[in-house]
Write a protein that binds this ligand. Sequence first.
Ligand SMILES: C[S@@+](CC[C@H](N)C(=O)[O-])C[C@H]1O[C@@H](n2cnc3c(N)ncnc32)[C@H](O)[C@@H]1O
Length: 230
Amino acid sequence: MDKKEKIRDHFELEAQEFDEIIRKLIPYYEQMLKALTASIPFGKGEKISVLDLGCGTGTIAKKVKELFPNARISCLDLAKNMVEMAKIKLKNFEDIQYYVGEFEHFEFPEKYDVVVSSLALHHLVTEKDKIHFYSQIHKALNQNGVFYNADVVLGSNSHLQDLYMKKWVEYMKRNVPEEEVESKWMKTYEEEDSPAKLMDHIEWLKKLGFADVDVVWKYYNFAVYGGVKL
Ligand SMILES: C[S@@+](CC[C@H](N)C(=O)[O-])C[C@H]1O[C@@H](n2cnc3c(N)ncnc32)[C@H](O)[C@@H]1O
């Protein structure tokens, strides 16, 4: 089974319990998402078009809709079951479109004012894939559109990386049995995730022409960062 199939199977199986699990595994998940949505620089009533990449169960799209009730949101995810959960969570909201598909083959069907993503883009495997996808996002943004990503990242040297992993494992062990952290969640991280250094992401975004590139929020190896297309 290749990496992509593994990731798809993982999220297809986990969809029902995802909302419970993610809060046990990701430190300050809610705070991180607040920083992500607070970065969107539009007025409450504006009819912005938003793309949520790797929407999962629709948590970010719901938060965006609560902040921007007139937003039109497109939700993309690889796992059908995650999208089905998102449909349930978002059933009371209008103007939401769903796409089941992969980042790598997504043909951005329109231009967006906002592209957001949370805990999903680290699944792009190589540096080349990541930079290419960032360039696609840049192309798909309207002028003054923004891209913000909340994600797991790597530290800039091995001391920092060891510290980040220690802090992350400490957090998980407070919420799930110690044995499960090692045998399940660390294994999943090693087999499925391909994070890159935060400072590399920042450089890639700048090189691709994003302006005002910034790190909005950070807790060890979790960060919210992005920029503007002028
Ligand atoms: C950890 S979940 C995060 C879900 C949601 N964004 C959140 O923060 O609650 C990652 C999501 O990314 C999706 N995903 C992973 N790789 C993908 C790919 N190559 N194309 C599209 N979606 C992908 C998974 O199916 C999963 O739903």
